[in-house]
Design a protein around this ligand. Structure first.
Ligand SMILES: [Fe+2]
Length: 142
């Protein structure tokens, strides 16, 4: 295991915490594949699943922040776009030449980004979104 789930990662928003746990699991999967010296194809597959899940998760977060009227929405979306762009670039590099990509650096980047983003940016919107969900409990699913 590469990232251990910590209580401090919790936002108190069930759907978001569930997503974040899934992302941690996927990064740990990337780690496991690299650790056992998996083929480039296998690394690509799990990175692909991770980026797809990240896209779904970002959309969900952005919907919540928007519905809750979170003031930091635009800045938060810019961080998501930045990450999507960086991962896209790395994935393309890997696709062109797997040997040219330092997999441990890729892993560090993914893990650092996710944990810092959860601890800072996501925890910053959490009180606003939690308060909105309390006022609108019927939207709390998904
Ligand atoms: Fe986020």
């Amino acid at each position: 295991m590469f990232i251990e789930w910590e209580e401090e990662f919790e936002t108190g928003i069930p759907a978001i915490d569930h997503d974040h746990k899934t992302l941690v699991d996927l990064i740990n999967e990337v780690h496991a594949v690299i650790q056992r010296g998996g083929a480039a194809r296998e690394v690509e597959d799990v990175v692909e699943r991770l980026t797809q899940y990240v896209a779904e998760h970002f959309e969900r977060e952005e919907r919540y922040m928007e519905a809750a009227g979170y003031a930091g929405l635009t800045a938060h979306i810019a961080r998501h776009e930045d990450f999507t762009h960086q991962v896209g670039t790395l994935a393309r590099e890997f696709d062109l030449d797997p040997d040219a990509v330092d997999l441990n650096a890729l892993l560090e980047f993914l893990a650092d980004w996710l944990t810092n983003h959860i601890l800072k940016a996501d925890k910053a919107y959490a009180p606003t979104v939690r308060a909105w969900l309390e006022r609108n409990p019927e939207t709390a699913q998904g």
